[in-house]
Design a protein around this ligand. Structure first.
Ligand code: HEC
Length: 206
């Protein structure tokens, strides 16, 4: 009876040590990325963010041409998220769009994202070139990529009195009761792409 209990305890302790010991080790190595690794992840994330942005923009332009911004709103609301999901599944990564002033509360930036947004807004204000950010945590690598406004964005994110037409504005307020995403001008930081990559996405041995 007693020897048996001792064995059970010993096995439990060894198992726990093995699990937590390994976890600690692997997360330690994952926190430190070489310069080459950073460059690699940066490129992979940038590719995903850019291609998703391109698909979104061309769909947006199409929808606006076929029925004005009000028609495009419905498209943004229903179609935009599944679209980014399918791109991400294809590349085995996770991608989302977040903002410090979100239209959809689901896109609210978290603490780390807000810190990057604040820093990038300051850089833009001072006329500096903005940079993406790559960091490793919990066994995965996360990239932040700035989303800057252009003329196209103004009809839904510009000033409420002049740039967004009344029909569109009414519809926006109806769909998004907590909308914070108006009042932007061209060349401002509207939000960021957050690309989460598995550690093994990069197979480059260098
Ligand atoms: C036709 C109207 C329309 C246009 C034009 C438009 N957007 Fe949006 N945008 C929306 C809507 C609607 C949402 C909310 C989508 C959702 O529910 O996730 C949104 C959400 C976003 C978000 C996610 C954060 C948030 O506020 O919820 C970003 C970032 C964004 N837009 C950037 C842009 C940029 C950059 C442009 C110009 C290239 C642009 N948008 C043009 C309607 C538009």
């Amino acid at each position: 009876m007693y020897p048996f209990l001792r064995i059970v305890i010993a096995v439990t302790v060894i198992t726990l040590l093995a699990i937590f010991g390994c976890r600690n080790n692997s997360s330690k190595t994952s926190e430190t990325l070489s310069e080459e690794e950073i460059a690699s992840y940066q490129k992979t994330g940038s590719h995903l963010a850019t291609s998703t942005q391109k698909v979104l923009a061309s769909n947006l332009i199409n929808a606006i041409e076929n029925g004005g911004p009000v028609n495009a709103l419905a498209f943004c609301n229903i179609e935009a998220l599944p679209l980014t999901d399918s791109m991400a599944v294809e590349l085995e990564t996770h991608i989302k769009r977040v903002s410090d002033q979100p239209r959809n509360p689901q896109n609210q930036a978290n603490k780390d994202e807000l810190a990057y947004i604040k820093k990038t807004k300051n850089q833009l204000r001072e006329g500096q070139e903005v940079q993406p950010s790559i960091q490793a945590k919990n066994g995965s690598v996360t990239g932040y990529y700035p989303i800057i406004t252009n003329q196209l964005c103004m009809q839904c994110h510009g000033s409420e009195g002049s740039q967004i037409d009344q029909t569109t504005l009414t519809k926006i307020k109806e769909l998004y009761t907590e909308d914070k995403a108006t009042g932007y001008s061209v060349g401002e930081l509207r939000g960021i792409w957050v690309v989460e990559m598995e550690k093994d996405v990069i197979t480059d041995p260098e």
